[in-house]
Design a protein around this ligand. Sequence first.
Ligand code: GLY
Length: 533
Amino acid sequence: MALLAAFFLLGCAKRDLDGDMQPAVATQRFDGTMPVPGAVAADHVLASEAGASVLRAGGNAVDAAIAAALASGVVQPSGSGLGGGGFALVVPAEGEPNVLDFREVAPAAASIDAYATAGASTRGGLAVAVPSEGIGLAELHRMYGRATLATIAGPAIRLAEEGFPTGEHLARSLEESPDMRALFLAGNRRPGLAEALRAWVDSGGEAFRGGWVAEDMVHAARAQGGLVTLDDIKNYKVKLRKPLLGRYAGRTVLTMPPPSSGGIALLQVLGSAGPGASLHCEVEATKHAMADRAAFGGDPDFAAIDVPGLLDPRYLATIAADCGPQTFPPEHYAPSPPPADDHGTLHISAIDAEGVAVALTTTINTSFGSHVIAGRSGIVLNNQMDDFATRFGVPNAFGLVQGAQNAVAPGKRPLSSMTPTIVLGADGEPEIAVGASGGPFIITATTAVLRAILDDGAAASDAVSRSRWHHQWMPNAAIVEADFAAGDTLRAAGHDVRTIEKPFSSVQVVVSRRGDFDAASDPRKGGAPAFSR
Ligand code: GLY
């Protein structure tokens, strides 16, 4: 714990992390007048390509990630977009890493009583939390961007105006939600969204706080019984947070603090089931982490969360020691009992040759969010209210049972699983940017890909393609993909192993080593990375 506390106090300046750090490999500096080598991995090739084109225009990895996020909202609107929110972990070329938290918050008029009815937090106006993506991406650019907003939004505007081919993931999502076909004119053109993107450029994001775009979103939500007001959007604040920090395999792992549970869980599993741990013990560590998530997870501005305690090496050692030959029933993992398939999230990883790295996860929560569409812009509004514990003891859309710390309250951020993560190599430079979509599956998928790269030396494409397992403590079952080979190993240790046919998580990763970029987008969503040269 002392070691971790020291890390937290030190802050995270890249070159402060390792006393024995060697000078970084010679790094060429780019000033916006020449293409920046780099790689972008989003879960749609057109989004990755939007990001790479901004690098070619002299932008940095932050510009590229924003361009990819905006383009994703056009071509993959079931999974993200300007009606949602997100987190961005940034390692800049100089200075300290930061997390921009632009997660949606509960409207000022929200109370837990409004969500007593099943479905209130998943569909329709009540499900909509304050949309904050446009505000957050503008702030991310203001802090770290170099290219103009017009350059960054250019690819997304073109895609919205001219249309694009229907990707495999979008086709699947529309089969499940035929009502959402209304988003597209012939050829998948989305002129209203192009207009909103132009407004984002012209106003520096302000149209999403007080202009017509904000009014359009509020009107749509309220027309369907929603609680969001223009004042909620005007009062919205992006929060700057310090990343959590841990050590693994001789590297420094920077990851997402609360209001996400993802970073804590990732570091708990890496810290209690390190390289060489058996699959069963890794699942056991995950069950502990997920039980802690349910008991302690929430918005740190509303509830005290003992992050140093949850990451204390002595606590992690007790988790490691608890792994016996057989798994235990759920109550074994819960320090105190809590009182009570994702398609709506998207992750983008980008690293450039200047040493800027971004892990950006954005979400409207589940597929097509609340299914409420802003009339003029065609922006799909989130159903992030379902990430709160709206009905204690009742699982949410992801089957998660959550605790009182995550109860609905005005202005509060719902607990997330999003785990944008950046690993710094021994030289202190960004080596891996990684993260995923998939609700709670984000945590296990991000951990699995990191381990494949760091423990096994896997290439990026191998790491994201490997078959995966998941456990979230409740339900008490190990969920495995159809081609997962080690199901019998888990059965032998007493786990209830259930196979799911559908892909359940999607990881995007960029690895940068001495000027070489290796990147991969998860085949489960059919994406592909893009390189700037
Ligand atoms: N809405 C998915 C998450 O934040 O975990």
